[in-house]
Design a protein around this ligand. Structure first.
Ligand code: 8YV
Length: 312
């Protein structure tokens, strides 16, 4: 075998989202990495021998657009650096027999930890108080408003999957009363089950959204649900922006029909409704639920192994 034959045997790997450097380096030893992180770059790649790709690496938000799956005629693996598959048309990939790997379980603890961090930040005004100190306002008098205790609150969790359950178990020691809404009642779970999000909201002081994104949950938290949560209600979203009617949420936070919100996710990331920026009753995060070094390393290891196993 000549050197040039050896080189040409390297497979091309399409990356629709980045991994940590160490993982990209590992993949680059074996594959010709072709990075296309935005729609323009994707269009160009798909116009240039798309049949060379057998595997795609992506993340939960990017998924793989249906047009890309259509063009990638030899695609047999989608490796998601995340757990969400709402950016993938599962019927389309199933019909083509394309395997989908996710980092299920690996990020559960990190996202659940962050949900609790967001909830406490919101109730105890951690970010507002931080801004108060940084602005030198403390010298002008004590911090003017009191926070809200978590103890004894009625917490409703929307989506009691792995992450929802991990959030629930972290909150129990705070002495909260837990209830949930889920597609189906979770067998063996003794938190109160509500068959719809509105009933859960009406019986909650705090709603935590941990449901998967996608058509089935699009705007599940709508005006009626937010109305039921009420003017003193708080909401935390670590799932997908699409699960909440974002325009309704923003309007209610602005005019006081909702107590407060802590958001890690938005409908059109990285766009965040600018009207939220001036509000003290919101905590805003740039989708970092799983973003600890340890978790991202474990996720990347899983993705690299999945790709290497599949393309051997
Ligand atoms: C991931 C996510 O970390 O798992 C998901 O679906 O949304 C995120 O928490 C994201 O995919 C980045 O890789």
């Amino acid at each position: 075998m000549s050197i040039s034959q050896g080189a040409s045997q390297r497979q091309a790997l399409l990356m629709l989202a980045p991994l940590l450097d160490e993982h990209e380096k590992k993949l680059a030893k074996q594959f010709d990495l072709v990075r296309a992180f935005d729609s323009k770059a994707q269009e160009a790649v798909l116009a240039d021998r798309p049949e060379r790709f057998r595997a795609v690496v992506t993340n939960g938000v990017m998924g793989v657009p249906t047009t890309a799956v259509g063009a990638l005629v030899n695609l047999s693996l989608i490796a998601v650096n995340g757990v969400g598959v709402d950016g993938i048309d599962l019927d389309q990939v199933k019909a083509r027999g394309i395997r989908v790997e996710t980092t299920i379980d690996i990020l559960t603890d990190a996202v659940a930890d962050h949900a609790v961090a967001l909830l406490l930040s919101l109730l105890r005004q951690v970010c507002v108080a931080d801004r108060f100190v940084r602005a030198g306002m403390w010298r002008g008098g004590a911090f003017p408003s009191l926070g809200t205790t978590l103890r004894g609150q009625r917490v409703g969790i929307i989506g009691l999957g792995r992450i929802g359950q991990a959030i629930a178990s972290r909150l129990l020691p705070f002495g909260v009363k837990l209830a949930y809404h889920n597609r189906n009642e979770v067998h063996g779970c003794n938190y109160a089950y509500h068959p719809n999000a509105c009933s859960l909201a009406a019986h909650s002081d705090i709603l935590i959204v941990a449901a998967a994104g996608g058509n089935a949950t699009s705007c599940l938290v709508n005006a009626t649900v937010l109305e039921a949560l009420g003017a003193k209600g708080f909401i935390v979203n670590v799932a997908r922006g699409s699960v909440i009617d974002e325009a309704e949420l923003v309007a209610r936070l602005q005019d006081g029909r909702l107590g407060g919100a802590a958001l890690d996710v938005y409908i059109d990331e990285p766009q965040v409704p600018p009207s939220l920026f001036g509000l003290d009753n919101v905590v805003l995060q740039p989708h970092i639920g799983s973003a600890t070094l340890q978790t991202r390393k474990a996720m990347g290891d899983y993705v690299v192994n999945a790709v290497c196993r599949h393309t051997r």
